[in-house]
Write a protein that binds this ligand. Structure first.
Ligand code: HEC
Ligand code: HEC
Length: 293
């Protein structure tokens, strides 16, 4: 929070506390005069209950006063007047770091013992898979979905189809270093809209038949083969997906395929090594590996 805002809040709060003190003092001074009692004859309920303007009962008043003093105590103990954290020296960051350190102390050894195990063994350990599942929910589900089923642009991790490779080592690498798919925008390379449409049809039919006589085939062999391979099987070191497996990262419709070709695609899987460290990544890799088996 900027200094201006912090002063604004500070002054507003102190003024409110002062106003509460004044209100308590003021209501406490009012006594029902005889004249008021006489006048209040007009306000009698249920025969003998009279409405008077009397002070609050003392115990109630004291509750208010104690609350206000408690509030002022907070001001002094916690950061309010200065940035240095008040008398207690408290700060959000320090509390967060202390909690992280406590969690690390508690779970660190568990993570470390799992982190030392190979993925193939971890997948058979129900406790490790439980931890993997909650790590996945925390760090991965926002992109890959709660059940890892993915969405347009975010790969399904349960179908056994891998753009970058599905071995434990490749999965671990994907999580720690991240992955960036680069499909170049090739719209400008085609001489006409029809030529693009033809290429889209060619890609859609590739799985069943490769029309080697078509001009699109010649274009494919010039423009696409380097990454997607001669039969459209893809190339894992580049993250180039297979075009013949009927699994589509961006959708199977003609318009989705057209967009991929014309505008290119740049899927980014962020690197997690700094955030998670090697032990958690090993557990996550095992969890992801287990999903597709
Ligand atoms: C430089 C390598 C490269 C070249 C050349 C290339 N691609 Fe791609 N292509 C990729 C990569 C990598 C992806 C995945 C992009 C991502 O992960 O975001 C991709 C994605 C695609 C997709 C989307 C696939 C899906 O699952 O949704 C289609 C369709 C496609 N390419 C068709 C083509 C065609 C047709 C050509 C030739 C005209 C071509 N590509 C040329 C690397 C390439
Ligand atoms: C910000 C979104 C995002 C988050 C968070 C994210 N991913 Fe990804 N992930 C992606 C995208 C996008 C790709 C596809 C990259 C590409 O286009 O090739 C991907 C690809 C992958 C791949 C490679 C899939 C393949 O087919 O080879 C794996 C494995 C993976 N993610 C696992 C995870 C795990 C485990 C986590 C949690 C630690 C995670 N991801 C968190 C967006 C994300």
């Amino acid at each position: 929070m900027s200094a201006g805002w912090s002063w604004y809040v500070l002054i507003l709060t102190l003024a409110s506390v002062a106003a509460c003190f004044w209100l308590i003092a003021w209501t406490n001074r009012q006594r029902a005069s005889d004249a008021e009692i006489a006048e209040s004859e007009a306000h009698v309920w249920d025969e003998d209950i009279r409405e008077l303007n009397n002070p609050l009962p003392m115990w109630w008043l004291w509750l208010f006063i104690i609350t206000l003093i408690w509030g002022l105590g907070y001001f002094i103990m916690y950061p309010s007047f200065s940035e240095d954290g008040g008398l207690l020296g408290w700060s959000q960051e320090a509390q967060y770091e202390a909690e992280v350190a406590a969690a690390e102390e508690r779970y660190g050894p568990i993570f470390a013992s799992f982190g030392a195990m190979p993925v193939e063994e971890l997948v058979d350990d129900p406790k490790a898979m439980n931890i993997g599942s909650s790590l996945f929910a925390n760090y991965c589900s926002q992109c890959h979905g709660a059940n890892a089923l993915g969405a347009a642009g975010f790969p399904n991790l349960t179908d056994g189809v891998w753009n970058w490779g599905g071995s434990p080592a490749q999965i671990e690498l994907a999580i720690s270093n991240g992955r960036t798919g680069v499909m170049p925008a090739l719209g400008a390379v085609f001489e006409s809209d029809e030529a693009i449409d033809e290429m889209v049809r060619y890609v859609q039919n590739m799985a069943s038949e490769m029309d080697t006589a078509s001009p699109a085939h010649t274009k494919y062999m010039q423009l696409c083969i380097a990454c997607h391979g001669p039969t459209g099987q893809g190339m894992q070191p580049l993250g180039a997906p297979s075009l013949v497996d009927d699994v589509w990262l961006y959708g199977s419709s003609a318009s989705a395929i057209r967009k991929s070709i014309v505008e290119g695609r740049n899927g980014v899987m962020p690197a997690h090594q700094n955030m998670l460290g090697p032990d958690r990544i090993r557990i996550l890799a095992a969890y992801v590996y287990s999903l597709s088996r």
